[in-house]
Design a protein around this ligand. Structure first.
Ligand SMILES: C[S@@+](CC[C@H](N)C(=O)[O-])C[C@H]1O[C@@H](n2cnc3c(N)ncnc32)[C@H](O)[C@@H]1O
Length: 262
């Protein structure tokens, strides 16, 4: 599961999920990406029928969309290439956002005129680079920044190299953290601490309703329950929260957009 939130933060302070070094820097932000990689065991990732049902967009539709959408800059495409070269396990590289999603994120940062972006779950830095590219295309102000946190030391190191090599280190602050909190925790922390500014947006990724696809019974019960529980619990939590308004779009892996009711 992947949690993304595109948001604008309000100070005074950042939640404890960020280390002290980053506490002063998130007035307007995008929070992105908590992927719960443990949700699907390897053997299920490798099951073709399941993969087809989990990733329900047809390849030709995605290819067509990509062919008529603007391309990711070469230096960002290289991050995706390096990731698949260095991590040969498809189950892991599947965590990476698609090229099309990367283009969408650049577009979104520009459209929202985001200035500060907080991403939870860097992986190898592809989406962070896209956020940074969006900031750059906006003609980023002095305080514009992507703060991205990753709890895996290995991915953190890979991301650091990728971001440096792609030339975004001036815009991206990488943080290695140990907090394994889930979607609800991050979401509540942001709202309770009033970190989301009035025009900020939270995006949660990988929140599509798996059981609607009818093939969840391919998974053993324990995994089935965990998938449904964690995703639908989050969706329901937000749906029932009077503080925000949510729209869940059936795109990519299920992208939910939330904004504060003001
Ligand atoms: C789906 S991947 C993110 C995809 C990525 N942003 C990209 O560029 O394609 C999710 C990442 O989040 C990390 N992660 C999961 N939970 C986290 C948490 N609570 N704090 C920090 N990182 C987390 C995982 O280690 C993994 O690298």
């Amino acid at each position: 599961m992947l949690f993304r939130a595109l948001k604008k933060f309000r100070l005074p302070s950042l939640p404890s999920l960020l280390p002290p070094s980053s506490r002063a820097i998130v007035p307007n932000s995008i929070l992105s990406n908590v992927k719960k990689n443990f949700l699907f065991p390897r053997e299920f990732h490798n099951s073709q029928p399941l993969r087809e049902t989990l990733f329900y967009l047809k390849t030709e539709d995605v290819d067509y969309s990509q062919s008529v959408s603007f391309k990711l800059p070469e230096q960002i495409q290289l991050i995706a290439k390096n990731t698949t070269e260095k991590i040969s396990d498809n189950n892991i590289t599947d965590m990476m956002i698609s090229e099309l999603q990367g283009s969408f994120f650049i577009f979104l940062v520009q459209a929202l005129k985001a200035n500060r972006i907080l991403e939870v779950g860097t992986f190898t830095g592809l989406s962070a680079a896209c956020f940074a590219e969006g900031l750059r295309r906006l003609g980023s102000k002095d305080d514009a920044k992507v703060v991205t946190i990753e709890y895996s030391k290995e991915y953190y190191e890979m991301a650091k190299n990728n971001i440096n090599n792609a030339g975004y280190s001036d815009l991206v602050e990488l943080i290695s953290n140990a907090d394994k909190g889930g979607y609800i925790k991050y979401y509540d922390t942001i709202l309770e601490r009033n970190l989301l500014s009035d025009d900020g947006i939270i995006i949660a990724d990988n929140v599509k309703k798996l059981e609607a696809e009818g093939k969840l019974d391919l998974l053993p019960e324990e995994f089935r329950d965990r998938c449904i529980i964690s995703m639908s619990r989050f969706n329901e939590h937000v749906k029932n929260d009077p503080r925000t308004t949510q729209v869940l779009l059936p795109v990519f892996d299920g992208l939910s957009f939330m904004r504060k009711n003001i």
